[in-house]
Design a protein around this ligand. Structure first.
Ligand SMILES: [Zn+2]
Length: 149
């Protein structure tokens, strides 16, 4: 997985296609079409366009095997999801991150294993916790600066 990825931004439509690739490791356009045709109500040519765009961005690799093209991912799912969540947290003040994480936990069903893992993470986090999280926003993009005046 050391290929050069030109543009890691994955659009909503591309994400649908990537899920099929991640779930199956190696796919043909036929496979992607069979999975997404109904779910997304896309035509064959729409799906082929999206596959082509993902190859262009370097997110997908393509190899010809006989008359078929085989697509494989250049980015692991875990990595892509991480980039995506980073993107969300880059949009808010650092001070609000803890609250948002709390909301996310509250809004989702978790297994006992998930909760065990979260408890371990939090226990470790306690040794590095700070009195107050620093705001990193330019003045005027969050409320933090208002309280200092
Ligand atoms: Zn701030």
């Amino acid at each position: 997985m050391d290929a050069i990825v030109n543009n890691t931004h994955i659009t909503d439509a591309e994400w649908e296609v990537m899920r099929v690739v991640w779930a199956n490791d190696r796919v043909t356009s036929k496979k992607v079409i069979s999975v997404l045709k109904e779910k997304m109500d896309w035509t064959q040519s729409t799906i082929k366009t999206i596959l082509g765009r993902l190859v262009e961005k370097g997110i997908l690799n393509t190899d010809q095997e006989g008359r078929k093209f085989i697509y494989t991912a250049n980015i692991e799912e875990k990595e892509a999801v991480r980039d995506y969540t980073e993107d969300i947290f880059n949009r808010i003040c650092n001070k609000k991150v803890g609250n948002v994480i709390g909301d996310i936990i509250e809004d989702h069903v978790l297994s006992f294993d998930d909760i065990d893992r979260l408890e371990k993470i939090l226990e470790k986090k306690k040794s590095f916790a700070v009195e107050e999280v620093d705001c990193n926003c330019p003045e005027g993009q969050c409320e933090c600066h208002l309280h200092h005046h």
